[in-house]
Design a protein around this ligand. Structure first.
Ligand SMILES: [Zn+2]
Ligand SMILES: [Zn+2]
Length: 208
């Protein structure tokens, strides 16, 4: 979550984490979806439930082609026939296929197509409060990732684990990436095996 109003993907358990941090889920105006893997999207149904029943402010999702079909199917799997009958009419949503560059909810962004298995991942450079935040979702450490983080103020990039990792970036390659981009402040996420010294142990709010 960036600036209290932008959400980058929606892994589980999104809604209870927002409540724990004291952030208002209703303040989210735009959600950037990088790709449709479950660890990036399956926290969204409870978040949408909140948006349908508790806070009905409009929301925009930006993502790869097929975004609307994928998310509407996810909502239908979550709530069955009641989604279309009861909930969908209350949900003030827009689904936008990400453009190479565009503006959404007053925010400029650029999309960089990243290498990630057969699905790929949309990396985003988002201009917010005079800074550029680059977010990878999931990616292999290939040339488009360097393009994504180049001269960004902040880069939120996956670094999944040590060694050789299929379709993801290793800690070793993450360290090299950071060396190649010394002006950028990196936050490495998506760690699924082990930990490193100095890593965040729980939720944290960071001022940039
Ligand atoms: Zn993935
Ligand atoms: Zn992932």
């Amino acid at each position: 979550m960036v600036g209290g109003r932008v959400l980058l993907d929606g892994g589980a358990p999104l809604l209870p984490h927002m409540h724990r941090l004291g952030v208002d889920p209703g303040d989210i105006g735009v959600v950037f979806i990088t790709h449709f893997h479950g660890d990036h999207t399956l926290g969204l149904p409870p978040f949408v439930l909140h948006r349908v029943f508790v806070d009905r402010r409009p929301i925009t999702f930006v993502g790869p082609p097929g975004l609307e079909e994928y998310l509407e199917r996810l909502w239908e799997v979550s709530w069955g026939a009641d989604w279309k009958r009861v909930m969908r009419p209350q949900f003030k949503v827009r689904y936008l296929t990400a453009k190479p560059s565009g503006t959404v909810s007053g925010l400029r962004y650029e999309t960089v197509k990243l290498d990630h298995g057969t699905m790929g991942s949309n990396g985003y450079r988002i201009h917010i409060d005079g800074k550029v935040v680059a977010y990878s979702g999931d990616t292999e450490p290939t040339a488009p990732l360097d393009k994504l983080v180049d001269k960004a103020d902040v880069a939120i990039v996956e670094a999944t684990g040590p060694g050789d990792i299929f379709s993801h970036m290793s800690w070793e390659n993450a360290a090299k990436l950071r060396k190649r981009h010394p002006q950028t402040r990196f936050f490495f996420t998506h760690v699924y095996s082990g930990t490193t010294t100095g890593a965040v142990k729980d939720l944290q709010v960071i001022e940039v």
